[in-house]
Design a protein around this ligand. Structure first.
Ligand SMILES: C[S@@+](CC[C@H](N)C(=O)[O-])C[C@H]1O[C@@H](n2cnc3c(N)ncnc32)[C@H](O)[C@@H]1O
Length: 191
């Protein structure tokens, strides 16, 4: 078993939802602009965003390496009376079928080698919604990952999605859920 899997299974093994049941605010704010259809939530965790997308009419595939997380995602879906498809996968190896998705959500999980696969997996006109920590976050002392490779450099998402149409972009320090976070947020369309 991978170290990541062990760590996240431990975190998600508790009864309470470690990352909460509420969707990410960026997703909530922009859901009406996102193309309805088939969505992929990469590294879904306990499914807060996958379930929200399902509540908004998407057919959602939710993938993660933590079975404990996926179990809670299914529980949350049941609680909200929606259906999501969960898959236990290692995103280091996961193959995304070409042009399968209308929407890919990538929240708080940075795997740069996954980006080309996300791009291929989107249909033309499909959108990606992406948010994670910036390097500055490390100076805030409000939690988050430890290793430098999990943090974005300034403008990095713009470079990662340079061949997409950028519909929304911001970087900064924001107060979310009573916690200060330095993050970059992007919504972009495959052209
Ligand atoms: C910070 S959580 C984010 C969860 C979710 N996206 C959210 O915003 O609520 C990071 C997630 O990445 C998953 N993860 C870590 N390494 C992974 C890998 N190699 N393959 C698939 N998932 C992985 C963890 O299990 C965890 O659920």
């Amino acid at each position: 078993m991978k170290t990541d899997q062990k760590r996240w299974d431990k975190r998600f093994g508790r009864k309470e939802f470690a990352l909460g049941k509420e969707p990410n605010p960026l997703l909530k704010r922009h859901i009406h602009l996102l193309p309805k259809g088939r969505a992929l939530d990469v590294a879904t965790g306990e499914g807060r965003n996958a379930v929200f997308m399902a509540q908004n009419g998407f057919e959602v595939d939710a993938v993660d390496i933590s079975e404990k997380g996926l179990k809670k995602a299914r529980k949350l879906a049941q609680e909200k009376r929606v259906k999501i498809n969960t898959f236990l996968v290692d995103l280091d190896r996961f193959h995304i079928e070409k042009e399968r998705y209308d929407l890919v959500a990538n929240f708080y999980f940075l795997k740069r080698r996954l980006i080309p696969r996300i791009k291929k997996g989107l249909r033309k006109g499909g959108k990606v919604i992406f948010e994670t920590y910036l390097l500055e976050h490390r100076t805030l002392g409000t939690g988050g990952p430890k290793q430098a490779k999990y943090f974005l450099k300034p403008n990095e998402p713009l470079r990662l999605f340079r061949n997409f149409r950028i519909l929304f972009y911001r970087e900064g320090i924001f107060n979310e859920g009573g916690r200060r976070k330095a993050v970059a947020s992007l919504i972009a369309e495959k052209i």
